[in-house]
Design a protein around this ligand. Structure first.
Ligand code: BES
Ligand code: MN
Ligand code: MN
Length: 457
């Protein structure tokens, strides 16, 4: 097959691809919840048997956490080798009552599959498996294909990096392809060339040794919730800049070219606010919304607890309070260093009568991909074949912790080819994936492999 041969899915192939994805989505593979340990194994086995049926040498490999699925089909040592990465774990379904149909009973409404993991990342990862199957239905694969599918992305991928280093030789490849993010807009094919990193900490504030009557003690005793609110309020200034000393050291500034390229994208702040049903937007002064999302670091409280949360009122001063804080990082920032800076600084913001502890949770390196390489250009051509127009190049605000390690350990370029949309509501209730996006993902994956095969190794 030449790169220009038009690929298509028959109705029967489409129905089969949908049915298999639904089976995959029915497995509640929530990596964060130990109660789902057996489901993680089931999801891994599901992928491994599917890949085996496609003629791959597939195995499910145990790690210190959830298993890794590795599969390879090596057709020609002279041809290029692509490694396709994805994750079979999903975010917890909570809050369950907000789902219109159950999270692990995939349901189609208005052309969209509703289920936890539909877009992040089961649907996008499975599109590659069906893309390979589509090519195989027409003959042999034009290149060597390796799949690496992990079960711990949503909890920080801590066990994948050691796996990667141990199996660096087996995983050797010319390029790594990942579909685990969002394209810019419904009618805009996208190649993503950057992801933010992450530093995640938990702040614990201790006041008195027990909860206290707020009348008998209020006004004199320490109040950890008040203290936490004070701490949080000091973490950003009135220009939206983070106050942690050294936080912005070495932050790579946007180039004028990038700013111009992003300014030309079809974006409207009012529409963006409307798309999330918000009254408005806010962020760091001096940057546009897209710049704030893709090229600037952030600090956001993700959760906060303390005191009485039940019905009615209870007059009590809590003994403890806490907050979970995510900091999204950009090129130039190192997660370990940022975590340390936060750990040193946050306790200094507290009033003297409470004790503050800042615990490191997990992190991930930011990445920026050089667009000037043949694999990225091949992805652009594959998208153009399927969508009839050339892609735009954007960065993404989220994090895929293993990407930086891929580049370093495998020394191969990463291609981020996203099939989903932010509007698919990943991590939220009623996550979905448009059937059309899934099917186009399958076609794009197949087209990309033909393009990569034609590059030679
Ligand atoms: N698929 C996302 C990452 C993503 C989101 C990339 C949006 C591009 C745009 C991934 O599954 C994810 O949610 N990652 C976590 C990583 C964390 C748990 C270490 C994230 O970004 O919060
Ligand atoms: Mn994901
Ligand atoms: Mn995710």
């Amino acid at each position: 097959m030449t790169p220009s041969t038009k690929l298509a899915l028959s109705d029967a192939e489409r129905a089969q691809a949908d049915g298999e994805l639904f089976d995959f989505l029915r497995i509640p593979s929530v990596s964060a919840d130990p109660a789902h340990k057996a489901d993680m194994q089931r999801a891994a086995d599901f992928l491994s048997s599917k890949l085996t049926s496609l003629g791959f040498a597939a195995r499910v490999e145990a790690t210190a956490g959830h298993p890794v699925v590795y599969a390879e089909r090596l057709t020609d040592s002279a041809a290029p080798t692509v490694l396709i990465y994805g994750h079979y774990d999903v975010q917890p379904e909570a809050p369950l009552e907000e789902w219109q149909t159950p999270p692990f009973e995939p349901t189609v409404r208005d052309g969209r599959i509703y289920a936890r993991g539909a877009t992040d990342d089961k649907g996008q990862a499975y599109a590659h498996i069906r893309g390979v199957e589509l090519l195989l239905s027409q003959g042999e694969l034009p290149l060597n294909v390796k799949f690496l599918l992990e079960g711990e992305e949503e909890v920080g991928s801590a066990n994948l990096e050691p796996y990667l280093r141990q199996h660096a030789e087996a995983l050797a490849c010319d390029a790594i392809v990942i579909s685990d993010g969002s394209r810019f807009a419904p009618d805009v094919p996208t190649v993503t060339y950057g992801l933010r990193g992450l530093s995640y900490v938990e702040v614990l504030v201790q006041g008195a040794g027990r909860d206290l009557h707020s009348g008998s003690y209020g006004g004199a005793a320490p109040n950890p919730i008040n203290a936490l609110a004070q701490i949080i309020s000091k973490l950003k200034d009135d220009k939206g800049r983070i106050t942690i000393p050294g936080f912005y050291d070495n932050v790579e500034e946007l180039t004028a070219d990038e700013r111009q390229m992003w300014a030309r994208l079809p974006h409207d702040d009012a529409e963006f606010a409307e798309s999330i049903h918000a009254r408005g937007l806010s962020g760091e002064e001096g940057y546009t919304t897209l710049e704030r999302l893709w090229a600037r670091p952030t600090l956001d409280v993700n959760g906060i607890w303390g005191g009485y949360q039940g019905e009615g009122s209870k007059t009590v001063i809590a003994a403890k309070a806490g907050a979970k804080i995510s900091m999204r990082l950009v090129p130039g920032q190192e997660p370990g260093r940022i975590t340390k800076l936060a750990q040193d600084y946050i306790p200094t913001l507290a009033p003297h009568d409470v004790k503050v502890e800042v615990r490191a949770m997990h992190g991930g390196q930011p990445v920026k991909i050089d667009l000037d390489n043949p694999y990225v250009r091949a992805a652009g051509r594959a998208l153009e074949q399927v969508h009839g127009k050339a892609p735009v190049f954007t960065r993404g605000g989220g994090s895929i912790p293993i990407v930086a390690a891929f580049r370093e350990v495998l020394n191969a370029p990463v291609v981020l080819l996203d099939f989903g949309l932010n509007a698919d509501a990943p991590h939220s209730p009623n996550e979905s994936f448009a059937l059309e996006d899934y099917h186009n993902g399958i076609l794009t994956s197949a087209a990309l492999m033909v393009e990569l095969g034609a590059l030679g190794s």
